[in-house]
Ligand binder design. Structure first.
Ligand SMILES: [Zn+2]
Length: 296
């Protein structure tokens, strides 16, 4: 199996919102703010092939579907559809993708499924050959959002996914499209039913997969959030998220599963560490993957 990190459109967002209750004096060292107090964030997808014989894209980033006024409001940096360009650089088109796995449907993770905004044109779904894999619990949330995160969903996108006839809702640890190659973990603290996909490594002596990598989505958006108490202002249930994150990191450390970050501009992949005081960190950080091998 080969892996490519695929950059989508980047964003500049308020640093305070991204670091919840962490003091500015702390987070400004991790993510230097601009003069509007905004920090730089990536929307990084992951392309893997073959996975269960298929070409798979994990997430699609924010994309370029916003009209110019909203693009500005949400700090989207580029107006072109960067994800499509990055796929092309890796030698792929959105038409080559057999499966798209979505951790959740907030627009900064799923907006890239739509074609770039054009005046007077309705939203249009890309990836004409892909099965869209979404957690069932999260799908229900996206269809009936709470006022707290209603603005994070794109209603037209859900209609288009449903109408495509290629939506697979996942209830358990596995999905039909990807078989045993991918195992899902679930988390509730950021949004109900957030789905974290693990590309499974080799089975160890304990009967569990070791090595491999996990797409951390918004449970751990980047390196600063590996430190357990750091949460985002966007998280629904920060205390729950912290407990889930601790258990998640302990498991990944035990099985040497590497972390794949979507929002960290400088780091795609890293190994988990824990110091003598119990504080989690990262090592062997990799900024981009170009046809990197993953033994499975
Ligand atoms: Zn996000």
């Amino acid at each position: 199996m080969k892996l490519w990190s695929i950059l989508g459109n980047s964003q500049r967002l308020d640093g305070g919102a991204m670091f919840g209750n962490a003091p500015r004096a702390m987070w400004k060292k991790w993510s230097p703010p601009d003069d509007l107090n905004r920090i730089e964030l990536a929307c990084r997808a992951l392309l893997a092939t073959p996975v269960n014989g298929k070409t798979v894209l994990f997430e699609a980033g924010i994309g370029a579907f916003f009209e110019p006024k909203l693009r500005d409001r949400y700090g989207v940096v580029e107006d072109r559809h960067v994800l499509l360009d990055s796929l092309a650089e890796a030698g792929f088109s959105h038409e080559d993708v057999d499966v798209v796995v979505l951790s959740h449907l907030h627009f900064d993770h799923a907006g890239g499924l739509l074609a770039a905004w054009e005046e007077g044109k309705p939203a249009r779904l890309l990836f004409p050959g892909a099965t869209f894999v979404v957690g069932a619990e999260h799908w229900r949330r996206a269809r009936n959002p709470h006022p707290r995160d209603r603005a994070s969903f794109i209603p037209e996108l859900m209609d288009l996914l449903e109408a495509s006839g290629r939506l697979e809702l996942v209830e358990g640890e596995r999905c039909k499209a990807l078989g045993d190659a991918v195992r899902f973990h679930f988390s509730q603290g950021h949004t109900p039913g957030l789905m974290l996909a693990e590309l499974c490594g080799q089975e160890g002596g304990d009967g569990r997969p070791h090595g491999g990598l996990v797409f951390c989505a918004d449970l751990v958006p980047g390196r600063p959030w590996v430190h357990v108490p750091i949460t985002m202002g966007y998280d629904r249930f920060p205390e729950m998220l912290i407990d889930e994150k601790r258990a998640f990191l302990e498991d990944k450390l035990e099985r040497n599963v590497h972390l794949y970050f979507t929002h960290d501009p400088g780091c795609a992949l890293a190994q988990v560490t824990r110091d003598e005081k119990g504080k989690f960190g990262t090592t062997h950080e990799v900024s981009a993957l170009h046809a990197r091998s993953l033994a499975a």
